[in-house]
Design a binder for this molecule. Sequence first.
Ligand code: C5P
Length: 401
Amino acid sequence: MRGIMEQTKAKHIVIGITGGIAAYKAAELLRLLMKQGMEVQVAMTEAACHFITPATLQGLSGRPVLTTQWDNTGNGMAHINLSRAADAIVIAPATADFIAKLAHGLANDLLSSLCLARNCPLLIAPAMNREMWQNAATQRNIAQLVADGIQVLGPDCGIQACGEEGMGRMLEAERLAQNIAAFFQPKQLSGKKILITAGPTYEAIDAVRGITNRSSGKMGYAIAQAALEQGAKVVLVSGPTALAKPQGAQGVDVTSAAQMFEAVKQRASDCDIFIAVAAVADYRVAQPREQKIKKSAATLTLELVPNPDILAHVAGLPNPPFCVGFAAESENLAKYAEQKRRAKKLPLLVGNLAQQAIGSDDNELVLFDGNGSHILPRTDKLALARLLMQHIAQRYEGANK
Ligand code: C5P
């Protein structure tokens, strides 16, 4: 299986920084890309050097930072050499002025010459005041860049350095790093519809109390992100979590297992792949009280009834989608997981140890399918999700040949 690190490891990225206050976020972006195994070369405009120093970026990237086309070392062809060595150029931040230059093919400094001379993809992260962003001239230029095949990442909405609020903030470094990694992912699931459940469920006891579990939703959300990166259309049915839905996913928020079941039933026959990551409560309270139960000295007994098994229901449909289940076990993982895979009639079941998985940022997975089992070693949940989605894509393709 090809790993995510294999796809991003040898990638050589040129980060181009132009003169806006968001230039400070470029340092963090650089760090995050290097953490993913990418090699990063920085090129800056003169204006950018007023916002962040080349010394900072040289220290972080471990390479001299290019700021001028009039450098008299080498062959004087930095704009050609740099782009030939790059797998992608990322302009972050991209000012309104630089966007205008790109739209018109101007090349009067190193960075704009480099962009014009490139033979690799160009991604830009606009950053500017909201009026500058909304200005008809900027919107015309952006439309031109999109038509020219340039990837426009963001901008975001929110408070701006000038104190105003609106569209124009540069995407946070973490989002940009994800988008750049996504850009290099193979699009094996292009156009496929994937339904995912994630997070815990909450079963009401009374008006203010309930039964839930410590699932954070991180694994399910990471899988949704990885599926989007592979070109899939994703519906994410989520129990209560504190997480933002990945950009591009259609979110359906539910609270209880019964609501999750309804949401899934409505959509299951229209999906190609169903991935049940949610930690669904096995039981619900038979008769939740509408009002808060008052404290008393007497013992309180709650009658619990089993919840429907959402995954087993979908896997048992006449024409089921390709179903993937999760099993969180606290012991005997291999035995229980394989039993569960057979009982629910799943082509693929993903096992993990509950005490290591729930709520944490990283995890180790064991995949069980008709050919046996294999391990995806411990790493962060997004990297694992990408590996898992590659595996699912291969198995799905195999099952539909
Ligand atoms: O049987 P167990 O709860 O361990 O199975 C776990 C798998 O089944 C997970 O994929 C989970 O999302 C799914 N499940 C479900 N509905 C339930 C219980 C579990 O979809 N009521």
